[in-house]
Each structure stands twice: as C-alpha cells, then as structure tokens.
Design a protein around this ligand. Structure first.
Ligand code: FE2
Length: 573
C-alpha cells in the first residue's frame, strides 16, 4: 500500500507517494550486554525486522551481529542492518513486543519504552503487541493457506497487567486464535496460565535443565570456558537445555521407576485430567515441579531424558487432540512458540490435522518478525515473502575473500566439493541470504559425508564440541521420501547408508530442498551419491551461527574445517 502524503506544511506542495516502513522490534530498551556485567539476565533473542509496503525486506537477531549467543540487548546493530540505506526518520510504524522479564515489565510500566522509541524513531507511530500475538502472526502470515486456527506455546509470553493496581497478573503461556488473510482477520485468545497449568514450555524447560544438570556434572568446567561467569553459563543452559535433552531421550527407556502420570498436589487433580477453563477450552495440569525433580533424580540421565520427553509428547498430543475434537482448532492449523522446536513432538502432532504449518522461526526469533508482519497486515498491506521463508538476512555476493580460488562455473566447484566430501573432508558452506531462526538450512552450514558413522564423533570432537548424544541433522533432495523444508520434524530414516545422521532411535532431522528453495545446495547434492549430506550449523558450541563472510573465515580457521566455500570461491585450510 502506498500512502499519499503532502510534503511540507503548506497544502498544495508537490504530492508524493511514500512507502510504508514497518519495523518490528523485540528486546528490552535499556539492556545492553556490551556494557553490562551480565550478558543475559533472562532477556533473549532480541532483533529487528523491516517490511516495506507489506514486502519483507530483512530480519536478523542481534546475536548474529553482536556474536553473543541469545543476545537480548537493545538491537541497535539489527536496526542498522535491516534499515540499510533508510534512516530512523523513515520509519512510519514501530511494532514493539516486550518480554515477560523484570526489566521489560519495569520499562513498559514506567513509560520508558515509549519515550525511548519515540526518541529513536521520531516520525513513527508505536504499537505494543503481545508476545503471543507476534508468534501467531509469524505463523499465520507465512502459512501456505489463507485461513485457519493457530496455537501458541512457549515458556512465557508477555506479562498481563492489572493497570489499576500497576502490577503483573500473570503471563501468556498458551494462546489460540483464528485468522483469515483475505478478510484481514487475526484474533488472539489467551488461555489459562498459572503455575503448572498448561505450561508446556515452562515445564519442559525446567525438567530439561534438571536433567542436563545430571548429564553435564563432569563437564561443567569445560563448558564454562566460553562464558564470563557462572550466571551467564546457567542462562545459556536454560535457553538450550531442551534441545539437548530431546536428543538424549533417544538413549533412554521406560523404567518401572518412572512416576505415574497421576498424582495430587495443591494445583493438580491429575496430570492428564482434561478440564475446561477460560473460553471452555481443555487444559492440562502438570506435576508439581519439585515432585518431578525428586523422581528424575532417581533415574539415570538417559532414562530421565526419556521420561521428560515422553511425558511431554503424551501431554501435548492429548491436549491438542482434545482442542481439535472440541473444534477450538480447525483442520488447517499453524503452530508457533519455542515448544514447536521439539521435532519429535512435531512429528506426532502433524498427522492430527489436514494441513499444519510451523514457520522456520517458531522460537523468539519469530517475535520481531511477527511484530513487523502484524503491523503491515493490520495496515492493510498484502504480506509478501521470499520463496524461501527461512532466508531473511543479507547476502554478501560482492565479497571477495583473500587467498581463495574462484570458479566461474559453480557446477565444477560442486564437483570438487562433492569429491572432497566423499574423501571425508569437512566443508564450510556460505551461500546467499542468511537463515532466520535457529537452524542452518544451507546458507551458513558445515557439511560432511553422512556415510561413515564415526563422522558424528569427528564433527562433535573436532568442530562442534558438543555432547556425544546430540544427533546431527541431514539435508537431501525433496524426492527422497522425506518432507521437511525447514528441518522441523524427526522422520524415520529410510536407508541404512547414512549412519552419521541416523539417531539412536533410527530417526533423522532431515531437511528437504528443491531448486526453488535452495538451488546451490541442490547443485551440490546432485553430485553426491547418495544425495544426502550431514548439515550442521556454522558455529562452534556456545556461539551464534556465523553471519558475515568474515565471521565464516574466522570460524573456518578456528574450528579446523578443511574447506570453505563462499559463493563461487574456495578456501583451503
Ligand atoms: Fe516465545
């Protein structure tokens, strides 16, 4: 949509067509990890997204630029990055999404956010939009269907306020809603929230941290090396333990020590007792956390992880099935929120509906994206996304690395790389626009052959320095029997020739690509036999994925990667 305006203060001056610039932001305004003693303080995944006239321009998380994993600082680097040649005066609308952390509550209630953003963006209107509405917009407005319902689940969304009393009443932790993009509709209903109630994300995070505490006991000194202090390390564990424990769960089994799914305490009747609440929706009450901590301490780490994952899967499938039966969720449904990074649970949820959609950034990377998309959508813009919805950052096509060999013909470069991978070399792969969201999907990836089982340990020990139990994902062409363009599902492995990416339970987090989504990765895969690669993110443990070619070259040298491909250039270590 173009807005017709009149330049200057005198009516009758030259009319012009201005572009509607909508900026989505997620952060606390006064938090700056560069100068704070603590880097995290529970604020995480700040960043910025720009839409122009409904067309997506760029998105980035601050962490990619500051190089502080999960950075939650005011995203000044991200704002510069997404604005490009625009100035802060060019922004017409800022859509701001707070987090439910202490500093955000303070800043929002004392008016600091409004004052700060008005100073930064003097010509912009300012909208405050809830965290869950942003998650919802990130899913609904990128979904490949026009209308349907959505479910948002995460650890915690925005605070809810008693404005008269000036205090927080609670937090979003699950929401449902409905959308119709043709009609401009996107409605949000916050469901019941409270200690233990429907708190899927909070429950899983707490159980995962406890389980990881058992698993890492002998490893903490080593891991701590990356962090300035113990508090920073613990914050990073809190943000990352869920994925680690999901991987570990495949090594565990059900034991007779597992606690029953029923119990009684001050909150709960029965962990699987479905009751009706708020809008008449069903809800699930989880075990009292301290009871579960007592249970899982008696299990070994593997069985504890199995219990946490299985319990979570059973609960989420039962609850979502009930929501569907009660017609709160429709046949076309979107999911967003950090809970939908759980690829094992996602695979169980998908068959419950005709059509499902999870954006490539279901975590809080989707918040500033959703904020900007919502602002554009509600300004009656038609949302326009690139073909590959995951590639929302910059490309660096003009970059010319030093001491590199240039290949005019990219196909020949792919032949060289395919041969090297077959010789068991490790390859850094830097191509095109950077990915938005937590997964490397072939733009900022480390690639290796999946054909040798020991490659998992080689990459873990030599490159990624991660726990032995964490599986590596794969990527293949879309006609190979898998279906997951954004690496959001765990799927059964169909052949026995890719042991390095076959997890303990015979599944793989396989990404599928085609020429429209990622032509350069397809070109390489077509040179491989079988056309499958181990694909892991281009970063060391504890660091964000690389963003720029310079980041990639630093990582290439530090991580002892054999070869690095940047565009049509090849570098050798
Ligand atoms: Fe969230």
């Amino acid at each position: 949509m173009n807005i017709v305006g009149i330049q200057g203060s005198t009516w009758g001056k030259r009319p012009f067509f201005s572009i509607m610039n909508a900026l989505g932001l997620h952060s606390a305004v006064l938090w700056n990890a560069d100068v704070s003693a603590e880097r995290y303080s529970r604020i995480h995944d700040s960043g910025a997204t720009l839409f122009q006239d409904g067309k997506h321009i760029r998105s980035i998380d601050e962490a990619r630029l500051s190089r502080i994993k999960y950075d939650g600082s005011w995203p000044h680097r991200s704002i510069d990055y997404v604005l490009g040649d625009l100035t802060r005066e060019d922004i017409d609308l800022v859509v701001y999404a707070p987090s439910a952390v202490h500093i955000c509550n303070q800043e929002t209630s004392n008016g600091e956010v409004g004052k700060y953003i008005k100073r930064e963006f003097p010509n912009a209107k300012l909208w405050f939009v809830s965290h869950h509405l942003c998650h919802a917009a990130s899913a609904a407005l990128t979904a490949p269907f026009n209308s349907g319902s959505y479910l948002t689940l995460d650890g915690m969304g925005s605070s809810t306020w008693d404005f008269a009393a000036g205090v927080t009443k609670g937090f979003e932790n699950n929401s449902i809603g409905y959308f119709d993009k043709e009609k401009g509709l996107l409605t949000n209903f916050m469901l019941k929230s409270g200690p233990g109630e429907n708190s899927f994300g909070d429950y899983y995070m707490n159980m995962a941290v406890q389980t990881y505490d058992m698993a890492k006991a002998s490893k903490i000194e080593n891991d701590m090396f990356h962090y300035a202090n113990k508090e920073d390390y613990e914050d990073v564990v809190m943000f990352s333990a869920e994925g680690k424990i999901m991987g570990l769960s495949a090594y565990g089994k059900e034991t007779d020590k597992n606690p029953p799914y029923t119990h009684s305490n001050e909150f709960a009747l029965d962990v699987f007792g479905i009751d009706k609440y708020d809008y008449g929706t069903s809800w699930i009450n989880f075990h009292k956390y301290s009871d579960v901590f007592d249970y899982i301490r008696e299990l070994g780490k593997d069985d504890a992880a199995y219990y946490v994952q299985k319990h979570y899967e059973d609960a989420i499938v039962k609850w979502i099935t009930q929501l569907r039966e009660d017609q709160y969720l429709t046949e076309n449904v979107c999911f967003a929120g950090g809970c939908f990074l759980n690829v094992c649970a996602n695979s169980l949820i998908k068959p419950l509906f005709d059509k499902t959609w999870i954006p490539p950034f279901p975590n809080d990377s989707g918040i500033h994206f959703g904020a900007a998309a919502y602002g554009s959508f509600k300004s009656k813009e038609r949302i326009e996304m690139p073909a590959n919805i995951a590639l929302l950052g910059k490309s660096y096509d003009d970059y010319v690395p030093e001491d590199a060999e240039y290949y005019e013909d990219f196909d020949i470069l792919c032949e060289v790389i395919a041969k090297a991978i077959d010789d068991n070399k490790i390859v850094g792969w830097f191509q095109g626009r950077s990915e938005h969201g937590p997964r490397a999907l072939g733009s900022r990836s480390i690639l290796m052959s999946p054909k040798r089982g020991e490659n998992k340990d080689i990459i873990n020990q030599r490159i990624k320095h991660r726990e032995y139990w964490r599986p590596f994902a794969g990527v293949t062409l879309e006609d190979r029997g898998y279906d997951s363009p954004y690496m959001l599902y765990a799927q059964d492995v169909l052949t026995d020739d890719i042991p390095a990416i076959t997890h303990e339970d015979n599944t793989c987090r396989m990404q599928t690509v085609n020429d429209e989504l990622n032509p350069r990765l397809c070109a390489l895969l077509r040179k491989m036999d079988p056309p499958v690669l181990l694909n892991t993110s281009f970063n060391d443990n504890g660091e964000p994925i690389v963003e720029t070619p310079e980041d990639a070259i630093i990582g290439f040298k530090k991580m002892d990667i054999d070869l690095l491909v940047i565009g049509n250039y090849l570098l050798c270590n």
